[in-house]
Design a binder for this molecule. Structure first.
Ligand SMILES: Cc1cc2nc3c(=O)[nH]c(=O)nc-3n(C[C@H](O)[C@H](O)[C@H](O)COP(=O)(O)OP(=O)(O)OC[C@H]3O[C@@H](n4cnc5c(N)ncnc54)[C@H](O)[C@@H]3O)c2cc1C
Length: 498
């Protein structure tokens, strides 16, 4: 494209994958342009107001997707510099070593990854440094080997949560400190609220903006352009190399050429972009683009002890992996359990609209709020398509048997630990927080769009480094694995493509 703006590397999206990739590649001196559809999130009164966030949804996007039945819904998918990490819970867990191997679950079997945990280990270590992760690797028997300890010690339990930890130990469970990317003092200085699902306006979350984008922008060869929405990718006339992108910025359409294009718009939007860029989709010889959508099976589990007040503010410091490698009775794995951010009455009200907030307050003050998460398995019929320009997400949940088993087993322990009332509520398609798998890596170009370095088999200068590449969802939060692979791919590009 002669005469057009040309860069060495164009990164589409500034979330976990895109920002971390840019930070990894920045020291090479290559001219890197990050195109981000959203703006930087500004501080405001609403940023720490649970009613604004959860009841009025002021940070949610003004967009709707269609589900498999053609019903419109508003997805909790966030478009800001830093992407979904701006609202994330900052839990930065490694996949377990077993997650890279085939696993038989109650609801089916996963084929594992095209490489073993050891391949990603050094990149997990680097990602933990970049995201300043606080943790301790000695408490959890599922913790995979670390070549270096966590950069910082764990976030302390609040007194009420220290007592919860003792109650869990009392019923034979092994709670461990959740690894977190957080400057606790800074977060609480701005306002005494939890951080999980609250937007970070530069107040202490280690997210893709504060760590990834800002690290990349410390290099003069990196530019971030906001309010720049990529509409489609363009290919050279030979159909092989990606030539650049068409972008809408400030109501104008523009074409930007690049030697290397790195797609990182999130697992739903990246798949939609490839599918919309050419008849039959780009990078789609395998017909796998948009397929194998996974999102975890998750439930909120509220454990209520009418005799004990939970006066914690943030709460989110414990994880439990006693059911991660097996069900505890010789059966297949069930999943991970971790504390949610503290669920106060205004937050509960967003799901229980008809209940008065004062009554919800009576309940929430006596509740401890947990999050149970089980693996969703790759299924080609679970997919993202584009329907008349609109995203259709036909999520087919899998492995629900394992999730039901996890919630049941945990409820039994909670009752034994002295919580007579235990309530649970599954999360649905409106919460695609852990979306992944739609442009997966693999060894066989007839089955996967990307090679193990996230390079498109069909287009040698196209990489996809967001959650789309994940071939399995495991049962842990995805961000650290996305970051580790993004750093690994950046190193590969630096050595082979610049
Ligand atoms: C409430 C919540 C809590 C979570 N908690 C955790 C947690 O504790 N731990 C964890 O590991 N994960 C958590 N997650 C998930 C985590 O945020 C995601 O897994 C992660 O952000 C995915 O990274 P990504 O690069 O795939 O996409 P994203 O981070 O979403 O980034 C995609 C970026 O692309 C931009 N974009 C999209 N389309 C275009 C376009 N056409 N042109 C230009 N830019 C575009 C978006 O605006 C966005 O900035 C949570 C998510 C949510 C919503």
């Amino acid at each position: 494209m002669p005469g057009r703006e040309t860069v060495d590397v164009l990164v589409i999206g500034s979330g976990m994958g895109g920002a971390t990739f840019a930070a990894g590649l920045a020291p090479t001196g290559a001219r890197i342009l990050i195109l981000e559809r959203g703006e930087r999130l500004q501080d405001s009164r609403e940023a720490r107001d649970p009613r604004a966030i959860f009841q009025r949804g002021v940070f949610r996007p003004q967009e709707s997707w269609l589900d498999g039945a053609g019903q419109a819904f508003n997805p909790g998918n966030y478009y800001y510099v830093g992407g979904n990490t701006k609202l994330y819970g900052a839990v930065l867990l490694r996949y377990r070593a077993q997650d890279f191997e085939p696993i038989a679950y109650r609801g089916g079997t996963t084929a594992g990854w095209p490489f073993a945990y050891d391949e990603l280990e050094p990149w997990y270590t680097r990602a933990e440094k970049l995201y300043r992760v606080r943790g301790a690797e000695t408490f959890d028997r599922t913790e995979p080997p670390h070549s270096e300890p966590y950069p910082f010690g764990p976030v302390p339990d609040e007194p009420a949560i220290a007592k919860v930890r003792e109650r869990m130990i009392g019923v034979g469970l092994n709670p461990f400190p959740l690894p977190l990317g957080l400057d606790l003092d800074r977060w609480l200085k701005r306002a005494k609220t939890p951080w999980d699902a609250f937007p970070d306006t530069g107040c202490g979350k280690m997210d893709a903006e504060s760590c990834g984008v800002n690290e990349a922008l410390a290099h003069p060869n990196v530019e971030l352009r906001t309010n720049a929405r990529v509409e489609r990718l363009l290919v050279e006339p030979d159909g092989k190399r990606v030539a650049g992108v068409e972008v809408s910025a400030n109501s104008e359409r523009q074409t930007i050429a690049a030697k290397i294009v790195v797609l990182a718009a999130g697992a739903v939007n990246s798949a939609a972009l490839l599918l919309s860029s050419r008849e039959g989709g780009l990078a789609n010889r395998s017909d796998a683009v948009g397929r194998h959508f996974m999102n975890h099976n998750c439930s909120a589990v509220l454990a209520i002890d009418p005799t004990t007040i939970n006066d914690s503010i943030y709460q989110k410091t414990l994880g439990i992996n006693d059911f991660y490698l097996g069900d505890g009775r010789g059966g297949p794995p069930l999943g991970n359990i971790q504390l949610l951010g503290r669920v106060t009455a205004p937050i509960l009200k967003s799901s229980l609209r008809r209940a008065p907030e004062w009554a919800l307050g009576l309940m929430s003050r006596r509740a401890v709020d947990w999050y149970a998460m089980s693996e969703d398995l790759p299924n080609p019929a679970s997919r993202v398509t584009v329907d008349g320009g609109r995203i259709r997400l036909d999520w087919k949940r899998s492995n629900w048997e394992a999730h039901a088993g996890l919630v049941k087993a945990f409820k039994e322990r909670l009752r034994a630990a002295g919580y007579p009332i235990v309530l649970s509520q599954p999360f649905d398609r409106r919460t695609p927080s852990h979306q992944c798998g739609t442009i997966r890596i693999g060894l066989d170009p007839s089955k996967a769009p990307l090679d193990p370095f996230c390079r498109a088999f069909d287009h040698p200068n196209l990489f996809v480094v967001d959650a789309s590449f994940l071939p399995t969802s495991a049962a842990v939060n995805p961000s650290l694995t996305i970051a580790a692979q993004a750093l690994r791919v950046a190193d590969h590009v630096a050595k082979n493509d610049l």
